[in-house]
Ligand binder design. Structure first.
Ligand code: GRG
Length: 307
């Protein structure tokens, strides 16, 4: 890691990211528990399956980014929480479906057996479907703001998770397996499979603070670059970390002959790319001023993470 980058944490100064993440994770977990039907609610199997993956120990990065973006624009935590929960529900649905035998066929996720390994494929498909649906229910029930009414909020979630973004990325990923693809094609996949939902999380945070158009532009720029950096790091971790550390099967990308940054440009260059993308994200934050310190801390943490 370059000296230039290492100095970012010193500049971040007193901001305590560990505390921030712990507090936001607790708030999100409490809210998710409140929003979702209980395990005993009929039909109990589906609610147990939804909760199994939702509370399996995910890092809660997307909701944390959503809350941090709201903070950067002067928003209130209680206003943004339903939207932060909505993005986590969409993210968890995508992981459940991605792990299915018809897709990535994985046995472990978040350090536990995958949803279909515990509940069977049928229920796992339905648990994913139900989590996706809950996300839109939460957005429909949230407060709504003068510049961003429910139509805009729901459209935001639909665009990020639809066939032009998240699903497009997954399709390109599936179709790219075993093929030699270019760095540009890989970027197309990463933008959609990963960056779109991270960027949406950040934008929804801003919207919940009724942010200005200029603030939303800065958040979009930040979210796009952090999202891409996140996936480059994910690719690096897949080849440098153990399954135990990641809570999912490491080394899967090579086995599935997936195109990744380390495979195309090598590990060292991949690290530099992630660093450059993070610096672009930092630059976008300038427009938001000192209240964006949590976003800055998160971007730095995501670059340096080891799981
Ligand atoms: C099935 C529509 C559909 C999409 C699947 C999520 C996904 C797209 C594929 C899973 C594999 C992958 C590399 C996804 C990119 C996004 C990503 C890195 C997910 C993991 O996110 P983390 O690390 O996971 O935030 P936790 O478990 O901590 O929430």
């Amino acid at each position: 890691m370059s000296k230039k980058f290492a100095s970012q944490s010193q500049r971040a100064g007193i901001f305590d990211l560990q505390n921030f993440l712990a507090a936001k994770t607790a708030a999100i977990n409490t809210a998710l528990d409140r929003f979702l039907p209980s395990e005993k609610t009929k039909p109990a199997t589906i609610h147990r399956a939804m909760r199994y993956s939702l509370f399996a120990g995910g890092k809660r990065i997307r909701p944390a980014l959503c809350l941090a973006a709201a903070e950067a624009c002067g928003g209130k935590e209680s206003d943004v929480i339903p939207l932060a929960c909505a993005v986590e529900c969409i993210h968890t649905y995508s992981l459940i479906h991605d792990d299915l035998p018809a897709m990535d066929d994985d046995d472990y996720r978040r350090g536990k057996l995958t949803n279909h390994k515990v509940f069977g494929e049928g229920i796992a498909v339905l648990a994913g479907d139900a989590l996706l649906t809950v996300a839109f229910e939460l957005a429909a029930k949230c407060k709504g703001w003068p510049r961003y009414g429910h139509q805009k909020l729901i459209l935001e979630l639909a665009s990020a998770s639809g066939s032009l973004q998240l699903i497009a990325g997954q399709v390109a990923d599936l179709e790219g397996e075993g093929k030699k693809i270019s760095a540009n094609e890989l970027q197309y996949i990463h933008e959609r499979k990963t960056s779109a939902l991270l960027c949406c999380s950040v934008r929804l945070g801003g919207m919940s603070a009724n942010c200005t158009a200029a603030q939303l532009k800065a958040l979009t720029d930040f979210g796009y670059h952090v999202g891409l950096a996140f996936q480059v790091i994910d690719d690096i971790l897949d080849v440098t970390q153990t399954s135990d550390k990641l809570g999912k099967t490491a080394g899967k990308d090579i086995k599935a002959q997936k195109a990744t940054y380390p495979a195309i440009v090598g590990l060292e260059e991949s690290r530099k790319i992630a660093e450059r993308l993070t610096n672009r994200a930092f630059a976008a934050l300038k427009a938001l001023g000192p209240r964006a310190e949590a976003l800055r801390g998160l971007a730095e943490y995501l670059l340096k993470r080891d799981r």
